[in-house]
Design a protein around this ligand. Structure first.
Ligand SMILES: Cc1ncc(C[n+]2csc(CCOP(=O)(O)OP(=O)(O)O)c2C)c(N)n1
Length: 337
């Protein structure tokens, strides 16, 4: 593989279909689950049942679902704080996920992390980091351990485009490239870092071009096209796994909600958001499945009903669960030898 400088943006066209109807419907259900889970979380937040920060992934679901499908279950994922979708796509039960948002003892990390720190070691899901860019060197470190111990695993590092302006991004990319580490960096370019548009924050308009400074293969894709996400990530993950060193994919997307709850969104107009609605990845996938004769309105409704029930049960579980005992303040803070 030669220098990064990437392939052209793939906007509208999907690659030829290689997935089964069963897989297609599974992806649909996973995207619906993430959507409904977050809508329920948003509602609970407005009722003051969920505290702290809450960053919603609505409009970006195809990236997590497509990318997770392209990896091995024991590949290690590190994400930023916009992490609910990644954890659910990895197969984590929505009940402990919801309980974590509620700060309950039955939560994914015992109610001590909240929205930004979802993690499940069993699922090779290492979190959920609130410091922008802070997890990038951790992913490189995990990739180093895979290489050193000759494991057949890669590290997968998810971040927003804003994180690529942070020093740790460059340090980690440099070392990853120098040591040819098995790591894939995925940039979810949702056009804004908090209230700052990408072109006001990054000197480089095409984020994936930053990889070329480290001679890293990179590409930019339409992240709202789930099949394209799947096939591209599969290709880049395979390369990292087969010893070709670090890789980068920039997935273009758009977040429909504010940066986090309470964002007045003065940096964009309502019209701008509405104009992006036809590109909603869930609706696009529904339409595609109907066109292919793989689903109809009744099946879609039925799937939503199933997902709604699952989310309602998760909310009930969170509501019914106890808060952690105050003694929990003193556990999980040191590693015992
Ligand atoms: C080191 C650091 N600086 C600033 C912040 C405040 N902050 C939180 S999210 C964010 C924007 C990051 O945007 P991006 O990486 O594009 O991710 P997105 O939220 O759009 O998914 C900022 C500046 C932080 N958490 N950490």
């Amino acid at each position: 593989m030669t220098t990064a400088v990437a392939k052209k943006v793939s906007v509208a066209t999907s690659p030829s279909l290689e997935i089964s109807r069963e897989t297609a419907l599974h992806w649909l259900e996973q995207m619906m689950l993430i959507r409904r889970f977050e809508e329920a979380a948003e509602y609970a937040y407005t009722q003051k049942k969920v505290g702290g920060f809450l960053h919603l992934y609505i409009g970006e679901e195809s990236i997590a679902v497509g990318a997770v499908a392209a990896m091995h279950p024991d590949d290690d994922i590190f994400t930023h704080y916009r992490d609910h979708g990644w954890v659910l796509a990895r197969g984590v039960d929505p009940k402990p996920a919801m309980a974590e948002l509620y700060g309950k003892a039955t939560g994914l990390v015992k109610g001590k992390g909240g929205s930004m720190h979802f993690a499940s070691v069993k699922h090779h899901m290492w979190g959920g980091y609130a410091i922008v860019g802070g997890h990038i060197p951790l992913a490189a470190g995990m990739a180093f351990s895979h290489q050193y111990l000759k494991r057949d695993r890669i590290a997968f590092c998810v971040m927003g485009e804003g994180a690529t302006n942070i020093g740790m991004f460059h340090e980690a990319l440099n070392m990853a490239a120098l040591w040819k580490l098995p790591v894939v960096f995925l940039i979810e370019n949702n056009m804004f870092g908090m209230g700052t548009a990408v072109d006001r924050a990054s000197a480089v308009a095409n984020i994936y071009e930053k990889a070329s400074a480290y001679r890293m293969p990179a590409t930019r894709i339409d992240g709202n096209d789930i099949e394209l996400v799947y096939t591209t990530i599969q290709e880049y993950v395979n390369r990292a796994r087969s010893g070709e060193g670090p890789q980068m994919v920039e997935a273009m997307t758009y977040r429909f909600k504010g940066h986090s709850m309470g964002d007045p969104q003065r940096y964009r107009t309502k019209e701008e958001v509405e104009n992006r609605r036809p590109d909603d990845p869930l609706n696009r996938w529904e339409k595609k499945l109907i066109e292919r004769g793989w689903a109809d309105d009744a099946l879609i409704k039925e799937t939503f009903t199933r997902v709604d029930k699952q989310v309602a049960e998760a909310v009930q579980f969170a509501e019914d669960s106890p808060f952690p005992d105050p003694s929990e303040l003193y556990t999980d803070i040191l590693v015992e030898e």
